[in-house]
Structures are given as structure tokens and as C-alpha cells.
Design a protein around this ligand. Structure first.
Ligand SMILES: Nc1ncnc2c1ncn2[C@@H]1O[C@H](COP(=O)(O)OP(=O)(O)OP(=O)(O)O)[C@@H](O)[C@H]1O
Length: 293
């Protein structure tokens, strides 16, 4: 398996820059979370990688070959989003059989097993499925296709919590048995923080964070204390957020804390969730200081 390399990707709609010189390498066999506020450019980026929309500049390479020039390379990339990909009148069992015929190594057995787990009746026609079950069916297909890069744009939209949990479990199961790359664009950051290995954050069409989740969270803190206690340290730290409750100040910080500060008995230090890091980082004008491609 090779990495997928995005080089100098530009895209604008109606003279508005949506992607501005995106350079990024997706590693094989890695689960990525792709986060960003509404309109940040996540779907545009995934659609470009999957060749569903054209760029205004730049290219996507697999093993140094442009994926848009070779059909066999395109089969290595599979995108699931809110668009319906199937003929509405077709039975699910027929869609599975046809997909298996198209992709030689489609895991038909696993598709049937997942259909049972999700209680999906394969005799139904696609058009007759509820919104949630249409999503479930598309997700089942995404876990069974032999693509090396599976792109999931808001994959659990419309799924109840039990089905979301089951999907995350199955994604991890299939990944463990057959590692490949999943890129999951979602706003449900905390829900997937346990399954992703690397976090990508987009802001205004740029990747502003590209880091191992563990590494990012290992140095993400909320430091609580009085102004008097904290003032000597704060100016040397990367503060991404600040809150004040009466006399108590809370500073959201990325980076190593000075030992002297951590030893203060009147200062309280808490670790942050990925969602907390995202919320504060995205508001922080210096967010792009964390680019780490
Ligand atoms: N076909 C299009 N025509 C015009 N503008 C578009 C088109 N597709 C996307 N845009 C614009 O591009 C910007 C990025 O949209 P995109 O859907 O990529 O963002 P996103 O990060 O996926 O957002 P969300 O989290 O809301 O799904 C938005 O301002 C959007 O309005």
C-alpha cells in the first residue's frame, strides 16, 4: 500500500477560495478524523480526492502517479457521503451482488454478516429504505469494498446512537483484520476520538492541524487558578482559550507546562478532550502555528 499525496490543491466556487493550496499526505493503514466548522472545505476536499469534482489546480498522487490518469488507481479510493449512489428500484441483494462483480475482492460474506447485525432486510429496494437505513446500507458497502482509502463524509448522519456505536465497532473490527486508511469527516468529534489515530483540522480551506491524536492530547490542558498564580507563566505558553469565573481564570493551553506551574498547590490542571481542543483551537487566530504535515 502507498500513501496518497495531495499537492497544491486549489478550488474556488463563484470566486470564493474554498481550498487554498492544500498539501497533505495520507499514510496507508491509518484512521483519520477530518474536522472543521461548517463550510471549512471538508466535503470539497473529499470530493476532489475521489474525483467527483475537478480542482482549479493541483493533483492527487498514489505512489507518485496521478490518480486521475489511471482508472485502476481510482478503484483504490471510495467515497461515501449523503448522495444516493444506487438505482432506487434495485434490491439491496442485487446491489451487493453487482458491486461484488465489479470489485473482485468485495467482501460479500461480511456484507451479509453486517446486514444481519444491523437488521437490514436485503430483499428491500433501496428507495424503500428509511433515511437512516439508506446510510447504514452505504456504510456496510464502504466497509466491504476493497479500497485502500475509504472516505466517509458525515458517515453517521441520521443514525441512532446504538447504530452509530455498532458502526464504529465494525469499522475497528474490519480495520484490525485488514488495515487500510479511513478518513472520517464529522462534527461528532468526541464520538470518534477513540477510534481515530490522527487528527486533521481544516480552517478556511487550509489544513491547520495534522497530528497524532495521542500526541496532541498529551499536551492539551485546562489550567485553573487565580490571576496572581497564573500571570507569571501564561505569557510564555500557547493559550488557545480563556474563561473567567469570578476570580478564577481558566486557560486552555497547548504545549508542555513548566514544572513550577504544575507544582503549584493552588493551581488545578485538567486534561482536554479532542472536542475541547478543536473548539478552542479553531477560535484561536494562531491555530495555523500547529500545521504539521
Ligand atoms: N457546488 C458548489 N457551488 C458553490 N459553492 C460551493 C459548492 N460546494 C461547496 N461550496 C462552498 O464551498 C465551501 C466549503 O463547502 P464544503 O461543503 O466543502 O464544507 P464542509 O467543511 O464540508 O462543511 P459542512 O461541515 O457544513 O458540511 C462552502 O462555502 C460552500 O458553500
Amino acid at each position: 500500500m502507498s500513501s496518497l499525496e495531495l499537492k497544491n490543491i486549489y478550488k474556488s466556487f463563484l470566486n470564493k477560495n474554498v481550498l487554498a493550496d492544500v498539501n497533505l499526505t495520507f499514510q496507508p493503514e491509518m484512521i483519520y478524523g477530518l474536522f472543521g466548522c461548517n463550510g471549512a472545505g471538508k466535503s470539497t476536499l473529499l470530493n476532489i480526492i475521489a474525483s467527483r469534482i475537478l480542482t482549479d489546480g493541483g493533483e492527487v498522487f498514489y505512489d507518485h502517479q496521478s490518480v486521475w490518469e489511471y482508472d485502476d488507481l481510482m478503484a483504490k479510493i471510495y467515497l461515501v457521503d449523503s448522495n444516493d449512489m444506487y438505482y432506487p428500484g434495485m434490491k439491496l441483494s442485487k446491489i451487493i451482488a453487482d458491486t461484488a462483480g465489479f470489485y473482485g475482492e468485495f467482501d460479500q460474506e461480511y456484507a451479509l454478516e453486517l446486514s444481519e447485525k444491523f437488521e437490514l432486510n436485503l430483499d428491500q429496494k433501496y428507495a424503500k429504505l428509511s433515511t437512516g437505513y439508506k446510510t447504514i446500507f452505504k456504510l456496510i458497502m464502504s466497509l466491504c469494498v476493497p479500497a485502500e482509502y475509504v472516505l466517509l463524509d458525515e458517515p453517521v448522519l441520521g443514525l441512532d446512537s446504538q447504530h452509530r456505536k455498532l458502526f464504529y465497532q465494525e469499522l475497528l473490527n474490519t480495520y484490525t483484520k485488514k488495515p487500510r486508511t479511513f478518513i472520517i469527516a464529522t462534527h461528532l468529534i468526541d464520538e470518534i476520538s477513540q477510534i481515530i489515530q490522527r487528527v486533521l483540522i481544516m480552517q478556511n480551506g487550509k489544513i491547520v492541524v495534522n497530528q497524532e491524536v495521542e500526541e496532541l492530547l498529551a499536551e492539551a490542558y485546562l489550567v485553573l487558578g487565580s490571576e496572581e498564580d497564573l500571570a507569571p507563566y501564561i505569557h510564555d505558553l500557547h493559550v488557545i482559550g480563556h474563561e473567567k469565573l469570578g476570580n478564577l481564570h481558566g486557560y486552555y493551553i497547548l504545549g508542555e507546562l513548566p514544572a513550577e506551574l504544575t507544582q503549584q498547590t493552588t493551581v488545578q490542571i485538567e486534561t482536554l478532550s479532542l472536542d475541547q481542543v478543536f473548539v478552542h483551537l479553531i477560535q484561536d487566530e494562531e491555530g495555523d502555528a500547529y500545521v504539521n504535515n
